[in-house]
Design a protein around this ligand. Structure first.
Ligand SMILES: NC(=O)c1ccc[n+]([C@@H]2O[C@H](COP(=O)([O-])OP(=O)(O)OC[C@H]3O[C@@H](n4cnc5c(N)ncnc54)[C@H](OP(=O)(O)O)[C@@H]3O)[C@@H](O)[C@H]2O)c1
Length: 328
């Protein structure tokens, strides 16, 4: 199957507009066993996905290792974007030393079984790191010695993304962008486009809310961040339901489903992201092959109508904006 491919900034790589996020194949989303993880990866690659997003900390390396196994039998390699930085202990700017960065990146090379990582993203480090020229100098050195082909950043806030764009070696920005998280469209996406920097849109379904399938009584397992990080207990609360209170999100998602009409709500929500100017790819996570296929279908949907776009904007302004807009 062919899925639209777009250039990822100035990296020279083309990637599918729908990628696959693989946090679910590591941990923090309840259990995903080895067989299911392999089926999810195969479903994505068979459907034409050429971009996988992972991190060294997803299951402490399990997501990267599962990707390596899935790719052994494949003639064509997808573009694999990993992340480094959240192994820092203590988690503070001072631990982003050349030695630590070297160790984290070498571990990802072993986990993924490659000499050169396609892309390493700084994994939502402390804010001061985005302005630290020494960190970028270190990463430039890893590009020069062939350990990595390119580097970028994953950010929590628009301001962090704008800071990172001041550093010319940055090739990609990963940011939360979805129907419930519109702020990056105002300044960050235009600035990235102007700089020729790729944008990977994460948490595009607001952790599943934008599938429209949850209700007020939905429960998640204890080892799922939608239980244990609902109020930001373990990491930035914006990573869980995009920072939208669950009941508010459930109600707003019902309206999104109505606006979507005949289109499956998840694919409709992903299409909105794909069509934001400046976006390279959307990287929904998936726990089943059926979810993967449902998400790849977004690449074949028509653009939203003007009425649908206006309805989504009104919904955001009325129900969501007050909870998230000034925070990230
Ligand atoms: N700091 C960072 O850099 C960072 C942080 C977060 C995420 N990420 C990356 O971004 C990726 C995507 O974000 P995310 O996984 O947090 O959130 P997401 O993509 O918004 O939501 C994923 C969840 O939505 C549900 N879902 C997915 N496809 C569906 C479909 N077609 N129909 C119905 N439900 C569907 C599944 O939950 P259920 O199975 O429970 O229904 C799935 O686990 C991650 O996998 C990771 O690679 C990076």
């Amino acid at each position: 199957m062919s899925v639209e491919q777009r250039p990822l900034g100035r990296t020279g790589a083309d990637v599918s507009v729908v990628g696959l996020g693989t946090w679910q194949l590591g941990g923090d989303w309840g259990d995903v066993d080895d067989d299911t993880a392999a089926e999810v990866l195969d479903a994505a690659l068979d459907a034409g996905v050429t971009l996988l997003d992972t991190a060294d900390v997803y299951g402490d390396g399990r997501s990267e290792q599962r990707i390596r196994k899935a790719l052994v039998a494949r003639a064509e390699r997808p573009f694999v974007a990993t992340k480094a930085g959240r192994r820092a202990d203590p988690f503070e700017a001072a631990t982003f030393t050349p030695e630590n960065l070297r160790a984290w990146i070498d571990r990802s090379r072993r986990n993924l079984g490659v000499d050169t990582l396609d892309l390493v993203q700084l994994h939502c480090p402390p804010t001061a790191v985005y302005a630290d020229g020494r960190v970028y100098d270190t990463l430039d050195g890893f590009v020069a010695d062939g350990s990595i082909a390119a580097y970028g950043v994953s950010v929590e806030t628009v301001a962090e993304g704008l800071t990172a764009l001041e550093h010319p070696g940055v090739q990609s920005i990963q940011v939360i962008l979805n129907v419930f998280r519109r702020k990056p469209t105002e300044e960050l996406l235009p600035a990235a486009a102007k700089a020729g920097v790729g944008v990977l849109a994460r948490v595009p379904l607001a952790s599943g809310l934008l599938s429209g399938k949850y209700d007020e009584s939905t429960q998640f397992p204890p080892d799922d961040h939608r239980t244990f990080n609902r109020h930001g207990e373990a990491f930035d609360v914006g990573e869980t339901f995009s920072g939208v209170p669950f009941e508010v999100g459930v109600q707003a998602a019902r309206e999104v489903a109505e606006i979507a009409g005949d289109a499956p709500t998840a694919a409709f929500a992903l299409r909105w992201v794909i069509d934001q100017p400046g976006v390279t790819s959307v990287i929904p996570g998936a726990r089943t092959p059926a979810q993967v296929r449902g998400n790849v279908a977004a690449a074949a949907l028509p653009p939203l109508t003007d009425t649908q776009l206006a309805d989504l904007e009104r919904l955001y302004d009325e129900r969501i904006r007050a909870h998230v807009h000034d925070r990230w």
